[in-house]
Ligand binder design. Structure first.
Ligand SMILES: [Zn+2]
Length: 208
């Protein structure tokens, strides 16, 4: 039986990336911003879908392909439904898909501002005494691990340091001063809370 609560902390950008492309009205390269609107076009059984971007200067539009000339039978019904209903979550997912944007825009503009999303990957069997956090980074960040742990778990930095000195905080993969360094994608931190009287409060703050 595992007495470990496993959570995932995902660091996601706050502002959707912009496309840097030539605006034919401005006659120069401009940042195009996602408008939050999509277009769906049917040609027989084949469909095109785009996310519409607007020039930050003149409002000119640019259509970023979501898919093109795709047979209706090859489209995920959930995606099709989301497109037909201008589903906000679906549109946001496309807008933040920086690799997808790069494929069509070549050059993109990213923003360093991030926020944190917490999810429970595996609840503990029985009462948890250990916390394991998996970091999932959609973007690179300069945030330091101990600083984030301190802020999000409601522990003072000196308490995090004391726990680490006592060997109660382990980073995977291990590294010298891993906690003092910037967070890395797919890094894990395991904290032994067996002796902490307030562990339930800490565990609650670790989840969503
Ligand atoms: Zn323009």
């Amino acid at each position: 039986m595992s007495h470990t609560l496993l959570v995932q902390w995902t660091i996601v950008p706050r502002i959707a990336p912009r496309a840097l492309i030539a605006c034919n009205r401005c006659r120069t390269t401009r940042a195009f911003v996602p408008s939050g609107k999509t277009r769906l076009n049917a040609n027989g059984r084949r469909l095109d879908a785009w996310l519409i971007y607007r020039c930050s200067d003149c409002d000119n539009t640019w259509n970023r392909p979501i898919f093109e000339r795709r047979h209706v039978g090859d489209i995920d019904p959930a995606d099709l439904c989301a497109l037909q209903n201008n589903d906000e979550i679906f549109i946001e997912k496309v807008a933040f898909d920086i690799d997808g944007l790069r494929r069509h825009a070549g050059q993109v503009e990213e923003f360093p501002d991030v926020h944190l999303r917490k999810a429970i990957l595996q609840p503990a069997a029985g009462s948890p005494i250990r916390l394991e956090i998996l970091f999932d980074l959609a973007v690179k960040t300069s945030l330091r691990t101990e600083r984030l742990l301190s802020a999000e778990l409601g522990l003072s930095r000196s308490r995090v340091a004391t726990l680490a000195d006592a060997g109660r905080v382990a980073a995977i993969p291990p590294g010298r001063n891993a906690l003092q360094r910037a967070l890395k994608d797919q890094m894990r931190v395991v904290i032994d809370l067996a002796d902490e009287a307030d562990r339930n409060a800490i565990l609650t703050r670790a989840g969503p």
